[in-house]
Design a protein around this ligand. Structure first.
Ligand code: FES
Length: 104
């Protein structure tokens, strides 16, 4: 059974931007990115060395980690610098204007 949590509302993340949202009981925030109107949910921590991605930036469909500037493709989670690394993506369910994310 999925652990589904409400993270934000549709209008909370502007197109071309991302925001980090704290979720009760979860160490790292969940990041919601609005990629040309498509909302994508990912973990808020870099799979390389546990650096907060909330301080990163977007570039060509990827979130760039502020730690070593590795790029993680938001649509696949794959790292463009190290194929062994993958950013965790979460399934999104939209209920009315609410964004719910399956953490498990
Ligand atoms: S800690 Fe994120 S790329 Fe190294």
């Amino acid at each position: 059974m999925a652990l589904r949590v409400k993270v934000c509302h549709v209008g909370d993340v502007a197109e071309g931007e991302f925001r980090a949202f704290r979720v009760t009981g979860v160490t790292w925030p969940v990041i919601i990115t609005n990629l040309t109107g498509e909302l994508i949910a990912t973990a808020g921590v870099c799979p390389h060395e546990d650096v907060a991605l909330a301080n990163g930036w977007l570039e060509d469909g990827a979130i760039v980690c502020p730690g070593h500037a590795y790029e993680f493709d938001l649509r696949t989670g794959k790292c463009r610098h190290d194929a062994s690394l993958e950013l965790r993506r979460y399934k999104i369910t939209q209920i009315s204007d609410e964004i719910w994310v399956d953490l498990l």
